[in-house]
Design a protein around this ligand. Structure first.
Ligand SMILES: [Zn+2]
Length: 387
C-alpha cells in the first residue's frame, strides 16, 4: 500500500502539463489546463451558478463522458455546478479531491441529462472528475519503480499517434512462453487500471507462486496503450478519433500496430503467446471470454480459473460472458484467432468498491499463476480446428 501511495505522490508532483481551457469569471475560476482534464465550455448563470459543457473528442462515440477540471474562488463561497454532456449520456459519478490523491464521491442530481451538484470552494483549487485521475506520468513512475528490480526491463514499445511514448515492461524467463497484459485503451476506464496495478504487481512481486510463475513464463505488460487519449481526457478514442478496441483486425492505428508487431516478433523468435488479458471498466464486474468450444487452448482454462476465483471469494459474484465476433476488432478475439490461445477482457464496474477491486485482482492473479503453472506446456499447442 505504501508502494502505491508513493506513486500517487510522484504523479501529484509531476502532473499538470497540457494547456487548454480556463474559464475565469470574476470570482470563480474553472481550470482544465492539466493532464487528463476535460471541460469544453463554461457559462455563468447567476452569481454562484455555472453551466459546464463537456464534449467528446469526436462522435459517434460510446456513452462514456469523461470530465475533469479544477475549480477555485477568490473568497469562500458555495457554488452550484450543472454539467451537460454533448453527444452522450451521463456515466461517471462526480468525485472531488483536494490533493489529486484522495477522492470522495459528492451528492448530485441527474435530471434530463444534466448533472448538478453544489460545492464549497475557496482559493485552494478542488479537483472535480468522473473518476480518480490517473495520468500518463503515473504509469511511467509506476513502471520505473518496478524496473528497479533488475529482473524487469522497462522500455518504449513505440510512440503513439501524437508521439507520446508507449511503455512496456518485460519479465524474461528462459522459456518461450509469454503472457501479455494490456490496459487503458479507453481513457476514462479507471477501475480497469485500478485492477491492472495490483494484478500485475502480484505477478511480478509475489514471492512464492510468483517466483515459480516468473521462472516459467515471460510476461509483457503494456499498461497504457492510449496515452494521447489519456492526456486529452478523451471519452474513448485515440488521437485519430478511433476506438482502439475495434482495430485489432485492421491495425490501422499506430497503437494497435505496435503491439501486433511486438507479438509477431516474439513468435518469429520462437516465442509462444499462451495467454492475454486486457483491462477495462464497464457498468459491472464482468469477464468477457472466448467460448469454451471455440477451439482455442486450453479450452477450459479460463472457466476453471474464474470458477475457482468465485469459490475462494464468496462475496464476489463472478460473471463470465463468452463471446465470439471475428469482425469486431476486439483484442481478446485477435489473440484467440491469431495465436490459438485464451484471452479475456477483464472489466471492473465503474462503481465497484476500490478496496474490493484490489482484493479481487490479487486473488485472481494468485489463482491465475497457479492455473498456468498447472497447465503443461503442450496444452497450449493443440491445433485450432474451429473458428
Ligand atoms: Zn473499455
Amino acid at each position: 500500500m505504501v508502494f502505491i501511495k508513493k506513486f500517487f505522490l510522484i504523479f501529484l508532483l509531476l502532473g499538470c502539463t497540457s494547456g487548454s481551457l480556463a474559464c475565469d469569471f470574476s470570482n470563480v475560476v474553472f481550470d482544465a489546463s492539466f493532464s487528463a482534464a476535460r471541460l469544453s465550455e463554461c457559462t455563468q448563470r447567476g452569481d454562484n451558478s455555472f453551466l459546464l459543457t463537456i464534449k467528446p473528442e469526436n462522435h459517434p462515440i460510446n456513452d462514456s463522458p469523461w470530465y475533469a477540471f479544477k475549480v477555485s474562488a477568490k473568497d469562500e463561497r458555495k457554488i452550484r455546478i450543472a454539467i451537460e454532456f454533448v453527444n452522450g449520456k451521463h456515466r461517471y459519478l462526480p468525485k472531488i479531491s483536494r490533493d489529486g490523491l484522495r477522492w470522495a464521491a459528492i451528492p448530485h442530481r441527474l435530471k434530463n441529462k444534466r448533472l448538478t451538484f453544489s460545492l464549497k470552494v475557496d482559493q485552494k483549487p478542488i479537483w472535480v472528475a468522473g473518476q480518480e485521475i490517473i495520468t500518463n506520468q503515473h504509469y511511467q513512475s509506476w513502471l520505473k519503480q518496478l524496473s528497479q528490480n533488475s529482473n524487469y526491463t522497462m522500455s518504449v514499445l513505440g510512440n503513439s499517434t501524437e508521439n507520446r511514448p508507449i511503455y512496456q515492461l518485460e519479465s524474461l524467463s528462459p522459456s518461450n512462453e509469454w503472457v501479455v497484459i494490456t490496459g487503458r485503451m479507453h481513457p476514462p476506464e479507471i477501475t480497469g487500471a485500478l485492477a491492472l496495478f495490483p494484478f500485475t504487481q502480484t505477478l511480478l512481486l509475489d514471492q512464492s507462486v510468483g517466483e515459480k510463475f516468473r521462472k516459467r513464463f515471460n510476461v509483457l505488460i503494456v499498461p497504457n496503450l492510449n496515452p494521447d487519449g489519456v492526456e486529452h481526457g478523451n471519452w474513448r478514442h485515440n488521437a485519430k478519433g478511433v476506438d482502439l478496441n475495434r482495430d485489432w483486425n485492421k491495425f490501422k492505428q499506430q497503437e494497435t500496430k505496435l503491439v501486433h508487431q511486438k507479438l509477431q516478433n516474439i513468435v518469429a523468435n520462437g516465442g509462444k503467446i499462451v495467454f492475454a488479458m486486457d483491462f477495462h471498466s464497464t457498468s459491472k464486474d464482468i469477464f468477457y471470454t472466448m467460448p469454451t468450444d471455440y477451439g482455442i487452448q486450453p479450452p477450459m482454462l479460463v472457466e476453471d480459473w474464474l470458477n475457482q476465483l468465485e469459490a475462494e471469494m464468496p462475496d464476489f459474484k463472478v460473471i463470465i460472458k463468452p463471446g465470439n465476433n471475428p469482425s469486431k476488432g476486439v483484442f481478446k478475439q485477435y489473440i484467440a484467432d491469431t495465436y490459438g490461445v485464451q484471452a479475456i477482457t477483464y472489466e471492473m464496474g465503474d462503481n465497484t468498491d476500490r478496496k474490493k477491486i484490489i482484493s479481487i485482482a490479487k486473488n485472481a492473479a494468485q489463482l491465475f499463476m497457479k492455473k498456468l503453472l498447472d497447465t503443461p506446456k503442450e496444452k497450449f499447442y493443440q491445433p485450432k480446428n474451429k473458428k
